[in-house]
Design a protein around this ligand. Structure first.
Ligand SMILES: [Cu+2]
Length: 350
């Protein structure tokens, strides 16, 4: 491990001298694919391997992990939610099996933590830059100019506190906004920022999917694609949901280097709320197309148990990892839930 990190660090230095012929990882490793074939990868070719135990990120944990911050109240009753976010840019991480990459992280992961507040809360984010390069946090949403994380560059070892009233309700994002922004995002400095409406959404099984990728050989093309960073992860570890239960997915596309990304869900359709800002869906569909930074809320109910794919309908992306599955379980306790008609009801209204 130490040897391979040293090799990578050395090669990273060479990259700036000899930009051609470098790859993120030179040491070949052997894995068993889903079909049982034994393959060797240098890290440039990513196969749907079953072994993810060594990867430095847990897509299962990330999927349903919402961070509500340290909560207190002002005298006027305003809820205060405080977070600490630390940027790092010097670590080499195993981002998918056998693929080592100098990811830049907020709180040690790509994506960074999902921040969740309610509209009208006072959000206070203490940002610490423990990296070697300058970084910021630029939040999408409504806030004063000096809280925008663009001109107030935070240098190595520096700190900045972002403070504003969270608005509007919806799914937003945060990311570093230091030049070259493309590199600061592509390396991993981004996360999801959910602002719940004051009148909460109906109860549901909620989860977050960040559609992303990694350019592991620095040629401004992505080598891998995924929902939540690890290629093929949810295909090998399907997301378990219940039949007849409302599911709500907060989905965001943060892919760099590709003009579009998309998402197709099998065996069902969903209500789609772009940016989550309106309470009436814009579409009842099985397909969304995203540009960079596009995001929204999907709501659906499966009527039939079984395994259903969710993947990029752009086949290149799905074949390089952006493919997963829902495993819909029989749910005898909830046969009579109202959710079955959810999509059609919303569609008739809209
Ligand atoms: Cu940055």
């Amino acid at each position: 491990m130490i040897v391979s990190i040293s090799v990578i660090v050395t090669l990273s230095v060479f990259y700036f001298v000899f930009p051609e012929g470098i790859s993120a990882q030179q040491e070949e490793k052997t894995f068993v694919t889903m079909e049982g074939a034994v393959i060797t990868t240098s890290g440039e070719v990513i196969d749907p391997v079953l072994t993810t135990a060594t990867v430095d990120f847990d897509p299962d944990k990330f999927l349903r992990e919402f961070n509500y911050g340290r909560v207190s109240q002002l005298e006027d009753g305003t809820t205060v939610r405080e977070f600490t976010i630390i940027a790092e840019d010097t670590k080499v991480m195993e981002i998918s099996p056998g693929v080592f990459f100098n990811a830049w992280t907020y709180n040690g992961t790509v994506p960074g933590p999902t921040i969740r507040v309610t509209e009208g809360d006072l959000l206070r984010v203490k940002f610490i830059n423990n990296g070697e390069k300058p970084h910021t946090i630029h939040f999408h949403g409504i806030h004063p100019a000096e809280m925008d994380g663009v001109f107030e560059i935070v240098g190595q070892g520096g700190e900045f506190t972002y403070e504003f009233i969270a608005a509007p309700a919806g799914i937003h994002l945060y990311h570093c906004h230091v030049m070259p922004v493309e590199e600061h995002i592509a390396r991993g400095l981004y996360g999801v920022f959910i602002v719940d409406p004051k009148e909460s959404r109906p109860p549901a099984d909620e989860m977050v999917m960040v559609l992303n990728g990694f350019d592991t050989d620095f040629d401004t093309e992505n080598n891998s694609y995924a929902a939540n960073s690890v290629p093929f992860y949810y295909l090998n570890n399907p997301i378990q949901i219940n039949k007849n239960e409302l599911v709500r997915v907060y989905v965001m596309n943060i892919l760099e280097f590709d003009q579009i990304n998309n998402l197709h869900m099998h065996g069902n359709l969903f209500d789609y709320y772009p940016t989550g800002t309106y309470r009436v869906p814009s579409a009842y569909t099985d397909m969304i197309t995203f540009s960079q930074g596009d995001r929204g809320i999907m709501e659906f109910v499966y009527q039939y148990p079984g395994k259903y794919l969710i993947h990029a309908h752009k086949v290149e992306f799905s074949e390089k990892g952006w493919v997963g599955a829902f495993l819909v379980k029989d749910n005898p306790d909830q046969e009579s839930q109202t959710g079955v008609e959810y999509g059609s009801k919303q569609t008739i209204k809209g």
